[in-house]
Design a protein around this ligand. Structure first.
Ligand SMILES: O=P(O)(O)OC[C@H]1O[C@H](O[C@H]2O[C@H](CO)[C@@H](O)[C@H](O)[C@H]2O)[C@H](O)[C@@H](O)[C@@H]1O
Length: 346
């Protein structure tokens, strides 16, 4: 399987693990300071309906919001210009100090990427496509699709989704029967509704029998131990590509891809963009290894293992487009003045 510089959008459908608390990591290990002083905290008035579940999961925010109806407040930004915002916006802007906007921090992030190869991991629902009521109608916009295709031309790129394969492709009007096996046993290739070629990778699926066997044995061992609870075998098995979530999903997928594709060396900078708790273990892998950056997509404050944030899918698109511009600029610079570069250009 080769994810390098391809026009196709490699997709890994995999399970979704449970959220875990934010890690306490010594500041000397962090790739950047989270003091917030170096990031823009200008306040813009921009309202987006908050996700109730996310808001409820933050007790302090919940308390604050339920105590009174939103009130308008006048603030001054760094340029001393009055900007009106409501309390939710103020909470969001405060949160941004801890999880700076990946767009505002783009140049700093790219400075870190210099002389390293960027590898992109992207969640689908809520990251590349907006959350909608009907999962079968969760489409990427044509602009997002175009940005994604361009990113995949310049950087190794994988979409990691908790969706089952059928659910993913039904949403794109691509019936399962149209998938054609490619050379790799875990890769299927098809042409989507816009006539574009897409490769679907599920490399971890070949380990399913081993994982199931390990689980069965572990389950036998812990079943009768007081105080230890086991996970239902079905939920484990369904985790790989099924609707049930488990703790190995995105984390395993990221580790597997980085290691099996030779991207685990320190000259690689993985970036993972995802929107919910199913992506937290992937953020955690990158944070623990101090190797790359998780970017949480959220319009409301929440605890995360991510380093950066983006507010919604349109900001994700903006980030992808910035990556493409940067790669193209870098390619042009290399043409003019050849020198070693970490950016992955064709
Ligand atoms: O890992 P992801 O790509 O984020 O997939 C996780 C789940 O995504 C889908 O559900 C979510 O998106 C739907 C469409 O916007 C929305 O209706 C639903 O409320 C969201 O939870 C998908 O349907 C699930 O199977 C995935 O597990």
């Amino acid at each position: 399987m080769d994810l390098k510089s391809t026009n196709a959008s490699p997709v890994l459908a995999d399970p979704a693990p449970i959220n875990k608390p934010r890690l306490g990591i010594h500041s000397s290990l962090l790739p950047y300071s989270q003091s917030g002083s170096s990031f823009s905290t200008s306040i813009l008035t921009r309202k987006k309906p908050a996700k109730l579940d996310d808001v409820r999961s933050n007790g302090w925010l919940d308390a604050m919001q339920s105590s009174s109806p939103p009130r308008k407040k006048a603030l001054k930004d760094v340029n001393n210009i009055n900007i009106v915002s409501d309390e939710a916006e103020i909470a969001y802007q405060s949160w941004l100090v801890r999880y700076p906007s990946a767009l505002n921090s783009f140049q700093m992030l790219m400075d870190r990427a210099r002389n390293r190869k960027l590898v992109m991991f992207l969640d689908y629902d809520g990251t590349l496509s907006p959350i909608v009521d009907d999962p079968d109608r969760a489409f990427m916009s044509s602009e997002m699709r175009s940005a994604l295709n361009s990113v995949a031309k310049h950087f190794p790129t994988a979409i990691i989704s908790g969706r089952s394969r059928d659910k993913s492709w039904n949403g794109h009007h691509v019936p399962a029967k149209d998938m054609v096996s490619k050379n790799h046993v875990n890769c299927v290739k098809y042409t989507d509704s816009e006539g574009k070629e897409v490769n679907l990778f599920q490399p971890a699926s070949e380990f399913l029998p081993v994982i199931n066997e390990v689980f069965r044995k572990l389950d036998e061992i812990v079943r009768d131990i007081k105080g230890l609870s086991s996970i239902a075998p079905n939920s484990w098995a369904k985790g790989f590509g099924g609707p049930s979530h488990n703790r190995l999903g995105q984390r395993k997928a990221v580790e597997f891809l980085l290691e099996s594709l030779g991207f685990s060396s320190s000259d690689v900078l993985p970036i993972y963009i995802g929107d919910d708790r199913t992506d937290e273990d992937a953020f955690k892998v990158l944070r623990e290894r101090n190797r790359g950056y998780g970017i949480l997509v959220s319009a409301v404050p929440k605890e995360s293992n991510a380093f950066f944030s983006l507010r919604d899918t349109s900001e994700v698109q903006g980030f992808l487009e910035s990556l493409v511009r940067m790669a193209r600029d870098d390619g042009r610079m290399k043409e003019r003045r050849p020198e070693p570069s970490g950016y992955y250009t064709d």
